[in-house]
Design a protein around this ligand. Structure first.
Ligand code: NAD
Ligand code: TYD
Length: 374
């Protein structure tokens, strides 16, 4: 299968999931179209995440463009320069703790940024390839000669918090509770509004917690692994009984690709690991895996576990029902959690240079100012 008529704008492609997605396309799908990675390179964006891909494909199938998704002019130029016909929108401020300490950037990037991209897609596709009646300002998607898609990446956190029972479905009403999830919910609403109002050919996915290579060390799994290696405390919030549903990042990437190529316009798809873990149980298991790799006693790192003050508004449990994408698009998870954790620990042990680069500089200052005070 050739994808050489796909000119995909990947926003946030230098971040954790975006960089894994770009690598997935080149290495697993044999993608032969064009990928434009548009990224502001905030503290979370790192071109080192894609050094190998850049060496192989830069200037042929892969292009990096530095820029802000809130910058209307710059975003418009990118659509024009590469004749973009697909958008996969990962760029966001993504960390709940940061959203509690400073919500403004979340509203700007996640809401204003998504709006700017939607407007660019609407304007560019309408003026250049939108062959429908311009006066109606809508897309005649079904008659369009070339597929166009705007795929928006979102989170299960928009659905709020679950008790002991039940799952999030695509039909679950939104009930976001952190500035992060509220800003993602707002962006999802805008994307849906552009479908209903302008027929913009959108799809949305809401995914559970990802883990795997290139995960920024402020998030639970990499933070714990790296703190163990430094013999630093392992901060577990509250009673440690909050539950998350974990999915290996490459499985998220395969789901997004399925939706982009086979998903139905206007639809939302939940993506999840069907893999619920209490934080404290997960941290204990990670301690054992790292101890085994480091040749230590099984319980060696557990003494570092430290219960700290809970996160304000900490959602108790997330659990995704992903029957829709499984039944309609034939997607399924492929990485078993135990193997995925092993692979992840190995990756952090084998990529010390990446770890050192990421942990120094801006992030180091942020940790000293915020986390080390706990
Ligand atoms: P990340 O924080 O690792 O990466 C975000 C990327 O966006 C970075 O490269 C950053 O430089 C870039 N960026 C930020 N602001 C920008 C701006 N104004 N303009 C251009 N680029 C900008 O995030 P991630 O964990 O890879 O998450 C990617 C997406 O997936 C987000 O939309 C997030 O909400 C969603 N998501 C994440 C998870 C998860 O577990 N990490 C789960 C579900 C959904
Ligand atoms: P995180 O990786 O921040 O993802 P999210 O908040 O988007 O789910 O956190 C995952 C879980 O781990 C969440 O319940 C908060 C908890 N947590 C800790 O207990 N300690 C920590 O140091 C961090 C970063 C998270």
């Amino acid at each position: 299968m050739s994808y050489n008529n796909y000119n995909i704008l990947v926003t946030g492609g230098a971040g954790f999931i975006g960089s894994n997605f770009i690598r997935y396309l080149f290495e697993k799908v044999n993608f032969d179209g064009i990928i434009v990675n548009f990224d502001l390179l905030t503290y979370a964006g790192n071109l080192k995440n894609l050094e190998d891909i850049s060496e192989k494909y830069s200037g042929k199938n892969y292009f990096f463009e530095h820029g802000d998704i809130c910058d209307k002019k710059r975003v418009g130029e990118i659509f024009d320069k590469y004749d973009i016909n697909m958008v996969v929108h990962f760029a966001a401020e993504s960390h709940v703790d940061r959203s509690i300490l400073g919500p403004e950037e979340f509203v700007r990037t996640n809401v204003q940024g998504t709006f700017t991209l939607l407007e660019a897609a609407r304007t560019y596709w309408l003026n250049n390839n939108g062959k429908s009646d311009k006066a109606k300002l809508t897309f005649n998607i079904h008659n369009s000669s070339l597929t166009k898609r705007f795929h928006h990446i979102s989170t299960d956190e928009v659905y709020g918090s679950l008790g002991d029972m039940g799952y999030f479905y695509e039909t679950t009403p939104y009930d976001p509770r952190s500035p992060y999830s509220a800003s993602k919910a707002a962006s999802d609403h805008l994307v849906r509004a552009y479908y209903h109002t302008y027929n913009l050919p959108v799809t949305i996915s809401n995914c559970s917690n990802n883990y795997g290579p290139y995960h920024f060390p402020e998030k639970l799994i990499p933070l714990m692994i790296l703190n163990m290696l430094d013999e630093k405390p392992l901060p577990v919030y509250g009673d440690g009984k909050n539950i998350r549903d974990w999915l290996y990042v490459e499985d998220h990437c395969s789901a997004v690709w399925k939706i982009l190529t086979e998903g139905e316009v206007g639809e939302t798809y939940n993506i999840g690991g069907e893999n619920e873990w209490e934080n404290i149980k997960l941290v204990n298991r990670l301690c054992e895996i790292v101890a085994n790799k480091m040749g230590k006693d099984k319980d060696y790192y557990k003494k570092l576990i430290t219960f700290v003050k809970d996160r304000p508004g900490h959602d108790r449990r997330y659990a995704i029902n992903c029957d829709k994408i499984k039944n309609k698009l034939g997607w399924k998870q492929s990485v078993d959690f135990e193997k995925g954790l092993e692979k992840t620990v190995d990756w952090y042990l084998n990529n010390k240079e990446w770890v050192e680069t990421v942990k120094s500089g801006e992030y180091k200052k942020w940790v000293e100012m915020n986390y080390d005070k706990r």
